[in-house]
Design a protein. Structure first.
Lengths: 494, 93
C-alpha cells in the first residue's frame, strides 16, 4: 500500500511538471491542464492509500468521513462556482480560489499545532492523575510536546503566508468585483503600521519556535496575518490587481510548501515550490510589461489622488469632440486600416461578440482590421485574449503594442474600446504616475474613436489627455450598444 | 528525511519552476496563472494528512476537514475554470 502511494506521489510530481510545461504553449495548454489535474487526482489517491497503510488496522473510520465530507463540500461549491462564473468576472474568481488555497494551508498548520496541544493536554492530565495516585508531586509533562524547532517554524510560516494569502486574495476579489472601492486606500503611517505588524508576526514566529506549546502566539499570528493581508492589498489600486493576484498565487504555493515542511510531505514541498517560483516569474513578466518594478507596484499607491500630479487639470480647458455612431460609420466605411484597442470596458459591456461581428463586416467591406492587445489590458494579463477567443476572433488578427506602434501613422481609425490607461499618452511624458509604461500609441493614428461611457479617468485614476486631442472623437455610451449601432449601419448599407 | 534534505528539494524545485515558466506568450498568462493556482490547491493533501494525524483531538479533526473543503474548492474550481478558458482558445478560426 505504502509503495503504491509512493509511486502515485512520484507520478503526480511528474504530472505537475509536465502540466506546467505544456500550459506554457498555445497548442498544448489544455492538455497540460488536464495532465496536472490527473496529477492532483493521483496525489489525493496516494495520500489516501498512505493514510490507510499508516494506520495499520487500528484505522479510524472518522478520519475518512472527515476527508470525504470535506471533499464533497468543496466539490459541491467549486464546480458550480467555476462553471457559472462569467468570463468577464473570471479574474476575481481566480483570486477567490487562490484565497481558499491559502486558508487551507493556514488550517493545516493550525490543526498540526492543535493536535499537539490536545495530546499534550491529555498527557498532562494523565501525569496529574498518576501523581495523585502515587501521592508525589513534581514530575512535569513539558517534554511531551512533540514539535521540533524546524517543524514549529514551518507551521508558523504556513499560518503566516496562508493567512496573508487568504485575506489579501479576498480583498483583491472585492476590488475586482467592485465590492470594495478600487482606488488605492492610503492612510498616514501605513508602512510603519505594516512594519510593526510584520515585526509582531516575526516575534510570534520566534515564540512558537522556542515554545511550540504556547497557544497565545498561534492565535496572535492568525489574527495579525489576516490583518496584514488586508493592509498589504488595500493600498494597491485596482489597476495593479493582476500583479497582486499573481503574487498571491505565488504565496499560496509557498504556503503549501511550508505546510509540506510541517507535515513532512515531499510532494507538497516540490509542488508548492513549483507554483511559488512560477508565480514569482509570472509576476515579474507582468511588471516588465508595465515597465515598473515590483516594489513600485506594491508600495507606491499608484494612481492615488496624492500622487496624481503630472498633467492633471491641464487638458480640461479643451473640449472633447463627441461623435454619434452614424457619423462614425462614414469615417469607418472609408478607412483602409482600422485597429481595435480593447480594454476592461469591453469586458464589462460584454461587447466581445459585437466587436467580432463588426470586424467581420469591416473586412467584408475591404478594410484591414487588427486587434491590438496590450499585455495588461483588462483586469488580468491576457484577459482580453481570453474574451476575444471566446468570440472566435482568430489569432492572426491579434497583435501587441510593439507590433503596431512603429506603423501607427498608417492606421486610419484606431477604435479604443473601453481601454484607457493603456492608451494614455501621459505615459510618454516624464513625471506622471504612469511614466514609462509602454502604451498603444493611438494618438499618432489619423483618427481615434474612443468608445467609453463617460469622460472620467481610467482605473488608475489618472486623467487621459487623449480625449482632448484634435484627432480624437468620443463615442460615448455603452460599448455594446455603440457597436451594435455601427453593425446596423453596415448591414443597412449592403 | 531531515530538514536539510527537504530544504534541498525545495530549492531545486524553485529553480525548476522558474525554468518552466520563463518563456510564455502573453495570451497564456491568465490560463497559466489560473492553472498554477489550481496546482497550489495541493495543500489538499496536506489537509488530508492533517485530518489523519489529528488523532484524538476533535478540534484538530474539524480544522483538517475544513482545510480539505477549502483546498478542494481551490483544486476543483481552479481546474474547471482553467479548462473553460483554454477551451475557448481551442476553436479559433
Amino acid at each position: 500500500m505504502q509503495t503504491i502511494a509512493t509511486i502515485l506521489f512520484l507520478a503526480a510530481g511528474v504530472c505537475f511538471i509536465m502540466g506546467l510545461k505544456l500550459l506554457g504553449k498555445q497548442a498544448t495548454a489544455r492538455k497540460g491542464n488536464f495532465i496536472s489535474a490527473a496529477g492532483m487526482t493521483m496525489a489525493a489517491l496516494g495520500t489516501l492509500f498512505s493514510i490507510i497503510a499508516g494506520t495499520e488496522g487500528e484505522f479510524e473510520a472518522g478520519t475518512l468521513v472527515w476527508i470525504f465530507a470535506g471533499m464533497v463540500v468543496g466539490t459541491a461549491i467549486g464546480i458550480p462556482a467555476a462553471k457559472l462564473v462569467k468570463m468577464t468576472a473570471m479574474p476575481e474568481m481566480v483570486a477567490l480560489f487562490n484565497g481558499f488555497g491559502g486558508i487551507a494551508s493556514l488550517l493545516v498548520g493550525w490543526a498540526e499545532l492543535q493536535r499537539h496541544y490536545d495530546a499534550a493536554g491529555a498527557v498532562a492530565a494523565a501525569v496529574e492523575q498518576l501523581n495523585e495516585a502515587v501521592g508525589a508531586a513534581g514530575a512535569h509533562a513539558d517534554a511531551a510536546f512533540g514539535v521540533g524547532v524546524s517543524s514549529a517554524i514551518s507551521i508558523f510560516l504556513a499560518i503566516f503566508i496562508g493567512g496573508v494569502t487568504f485575506t489579501g486574495s479576498v480583498v483583491a476579489w472585492g476590488k475586482l468585483s467592485g465590492k470594495i472601492p478600487s482606488p488605492p486606500m492610503l492612510y498616514p503611517g501605513q508602512r510603519v503600521i505594516n512594519g510593526i505588524m510584520l515585526l509582531g508576526l516575526i516575534a510570534c514566529g520566534v515564540w512558537i519556535a522556542v515554545d511550540p506549546s504556547a497557544q497565545a502566539p498561534l492565535y496572535i499570528s492568525i489574527i495579525l496575518s489576516f490583518i496584514l493581508g488586508v493592509a498589504f492589498v488595500i493600498p494597491i489600486g485596482g489597476g495593479d490587481m493582476p500583479v497582486v493576484i499573481s503574487l498571491l498565487n505565488s504565496y499560496s504555493g509557498l504556503a503549501a510548501c511550508a505546510a509540506g515542511f510541517a507535515v513532512n510531505n515531499v510532494l507538497l514541498i516540490i509542488t508548492g515550490a513549483l507554483v511559488g517560483a512560477s508565480g514569482i516569474i509570472l509576476t515579474r513578466i507582468m511588471c516588465l510589461a508595465m515597465n515598473r518594478s515590483l516594489m513600485n507596484v506594491l508600495f507606491s499607491g499608484f494612481g492615488a489622488v496624492e500622487s496624481g500630479g503630472g498633467g492633471k487639470g491641464s487638458g480640461e480647458q479643451k473640449e472633447a469632440k463627441i461623435l454619434t455612431p452614424d457619423k462614425a460609420y462614414y469615417m469607418l466605411e472609408a478607412a483602409q486600416k482600422v485597429i481595435f484597442v480593447p480594454g476592461y470596458g469591453m469586458a464589462v459591456a460584454q461587447a466581445q461578440h459585437a466587436v467580432k461581428e463588426l470586424a467581420t463586416l469591416m473586412e467584408a467591406n475591404g478594410t484591414e482590421v487588427l486587434f491590438v492587445v496590450h499585455p495588461v489590458a483588462g483586469r488580468m494579463p491576457g484577459h482580453m485574449n481570453v474574451l476575444l477567443a471566446e468570440a472566435d476572433v482568430p489569432y492572426e488578427m491579434l497583435v501587441g503594442p510593439e507590433d503596431i506602434n512603429p506603423t501607427m501613422e498608417s492606421v486610419d481609425v484606431a477604435i479604443v474600446l473601453g481601454a484607457n490607461d493603456v492608451v494614455n499618452p501621459l505615459a510618454l511624458e516624464e513625471g506622471t504616475p504612469i511614466s514609462g509604461m509602454p502604451i498603444v500609441e493611438v494618438q499618432r493614428a489619423k483618427t481615434v474613436f474612443t468608445m467609453k461611457r463617460t469622460l472620467g479617468s481610467g482605473y488608475a485614476g489618472i486623467p487621459n489627455p487623449l480625449f482632448y486631442l484634435d484627432n480624437n472623437y468620443m463615442v460615448l455610451g455603452d460599448a455594446k450598444a455603440t457597436l451594435q449601432a455601427l453593425i446596423d449601419e453596415y448591414k443597412s448599407d449592403s | 528525511m531531515d530538514f536539510l534534505t527537504y530544504a534541498f528539494i525545495f530549492l531545486l524545485s524553485m529553480f525548476l519552476g522558474i525554468e518552466l515558466i520563463r518563456k510564455v506568450p502573453a495570451q497564456l498568462h491568465t490560463p497559466l496563472m489560473s492553472g498554477s493556482n489550481a496546482i497550489s490547491g495541493i495543500s489538499l493533501i496536506g489537509a488530508m494528512m492533517a485530518v489523519s494525524l489529528a488523532g484524538h483531538s476533535k478540534f484538530a479533526l474539524f480544522l483538517g476537514g475544513l482545510a480539505v473543503a477549502f483546498a478542494m474548492i481551490n483544486v476543483v474550481g481552479g481546474y474547471v475554470v482553467t479548462d473553460r478558458m483554454l477551451a475557448m482558445f481551442k476553436h479559433k478560426g
